[in-house]
Structures are given as C-alpha cells and as structure tokens.
Design a protein around this ligand. Structure first.
Ligand SMILES: [Zn+2]
Length: 302
C-alpha cells in the first residue's frame, strides 16, 4: 500500500469500535482505507472475541482463528488492531467493560470514534454502542479510571450505518464515495474466511452457494457486499451531491455513511472538513485534473 504524507499534522486518529472481529471493516472499511492512504492513524477494535460465530467450531479455537483473520484484515491497510476478551454473544454494558473502554479510548486519543447505533438486531452491537456512549463523557473526567490520563476534550463520535427503521431510521450527515477503494474493502473482508464463506452463508441458508476456488469466492463476496454499499449511495444521494457536487455526486456508485452521536464533540462544518474534507477534496481534484494519471485506488494489488 502506498501512503501519502498526512493531509494534516499531527495525523488524524480514527478509532472504530465494533462488537465483532469483522464489524469495523464491514461498515467503515472504505473510510479506514482513505485515512491510511492519507497518512492518518487507524485502530480497529472488536469488543468481543468472536467465539460464537460458527456452526461447527465455536469456542476458543474459533476465537483464535478470528483474531488472526481480523489481524490480517487490519494489515491490509496497516491499521492497528485489538480484540477484547468478552465472550461473543454475551456482552453486557457493565462497569468493568465501561472502564476498559474508557482506558482504551484514552490511550488511543482519537479524533473520531465510530461504533454501532444503540438500536440494532444484535445485543453485542447494542451494548457496544451503549458502552461507547457511556464512555463518551467520562473519558474527560480525571477521577474516573485515573491510572490513564484523561482526554482534554471528547472526540467526535459517529454511528455506523444500518437499515433499521425503529425508533428512527439512520440519519447520515457524512457520506463518502468508496468506489475508488472498494477493492480494498473486499480484500479486508476476504480475510474473514470463517465468516463470509462459512458462518454467515450457513446462518442465511446459502452455504451450498459458496464457491470453493479463491477467485470465485472473491467474486461471490463482491456480490454479497456491494449491493449494500450501492443502497447507501442511493439512499443518501442528496448528501453525496452536496459534498461532491452535482456531477460526481450523481454518479457515486458505492458509499459509506455516518451519523453523529450527540454525546461526542459536535460535528460542525469545520470539524467535518477536518475529519472528512481531505477525502472529498481529493475526489474533486481528480475530476479537475484528468491528466493526473494513476489514481490512488490503482496502487492496490490483490
Ligand atoms: Zn457484529
């Protein structure tokens, strides 16, 4: 992977906190890729150990396998990686887990934190969100978990997208075109063999559809993943046009989208520009200068 100098100094720090070892890259792999390409720092966290995500081999061996898969996915873009010890499927928003997360956030010192929304089909997703929300203010309070220095101010916190309608549908305030990095998203997800070619197809009755050969699997994975990114582009087309302009915005095929959490720092226009502007501007510059030659996306090799 080729890197550019950081678009701001010090580099921005993105912390993605998912419940399971594939949640971060599934929902925000494109944003994470852009951050790394532009010289920023990314850490992906799985709060649980993933040990329940298989029909044939649950338990510690699966947890170890998924840890390796997650590490490989993070290595695709050079992101830091951490897996918590909480058993998959059994996460609770306890004080112990809250303090663990407060310390983790403080040590990383993120500019931007991403996590699930608090209403979601999976209890681990819900409680991961609850834990991040519970930690949001307390990371700035010196008396709490005083062995790790508190942060001077809250990071911005945004929710990862979902398609649930209750109590309210996802309200994106940030949208990015991930078309140029979609091959990298798929490369990261391809690392999670136990999930995308075994457990999830089993769980959805599609196990007989999974190809055996690597190239065919990659194609099949793309067919599973891309429609969701396409739906996100269609659903938030107005927002894409707003940030990319009418021409580019209208032809964005794949998008990642994010919704601010009210408990983090405000995501005002200046902050949006600081955290996401380098992605939007790079796309505009490419449109303005078609002689630029090799695009960043083309530097990736599968
Ligand atoms: Zn999950």
């Amino acid at each position: 992977m080729e890197f550019q100098p950081a678009s701001s100094f010090p580099p921005l720090r993105l912390l993605i906190i998912g419940a399971h070892p594939d949640d971060c890259e599934y929902h925000a792999g494109g944003l994470a890729t852009y951050y790394r390409q532009f010289g920023h720092v990314v850490k992906m966290v799985s709060v649980t150990n993933g040990q329940a995500g298989h029909h044939e081999q649950p338990g510690p061996r699966l947890a170890a396998r998924r840890r390796q898969e997650f590490a490989a996915a993070c290595a695709v873009i050079g992101a830091e990686c951490e897996v918590g010890t909480q058993p998959d499927g059994e996460l609770l928003p306890t004080l112990e887990n809250r303090l663990w997360l407060i310390r983790l956030i403080r040590r990383f010192r993120p500019d931007l934190v991403l996590t699930h929304r608090p209403n979601d089909y999976h209890p681990d997703h819900r409680y991961t969100s609850q834990l991040v929300q519970d930690a949001a203010y307390l990371v700035t309070v010196p008396a709490i978990a005083s062995d790790v220095p508190h942060l001077p101010r809250d990071p911005v916190i945004c929710y990862l997208p979902d398609e649930f309608q209750k109590p309210y549908p996802f309200r994106a305030e940030v949208a990015i075109d991930v078309g140029p990095v979609v091959s990298t998203i798929l490369e990261m997800l391809h690392c999670h063999q136990s999930q995308f070619y075994e457990w999830l197809p089993y769980n959805t009755g599609q196990l007989h559809c999974v190809p055996r050969e690597d190239a065919a699997r990659r194609q099949w994975l793309a067919e599973q993943i891309l429609p969701r990114l396409r739906r996100q582009a269609e659903r938030f087309r107005d927002l894409l046009i707003q940030v990319y302009g009418p021409q580019h915005g209208a032809r964005v095929e794949y998008a990642e989208v994010f919704e601010p959490c009210e408990y983090g720092a405000p995501l005002d226009e200046a902050t949006k520009e600081r955290l996401f502007g380098f992605i939007w501007h790079s796309a505009r510059n490419k449109v303005a200068d078609p002689s630029q030659g090799t695009t960043i996306a083309q530097t990736f090799v599968w």
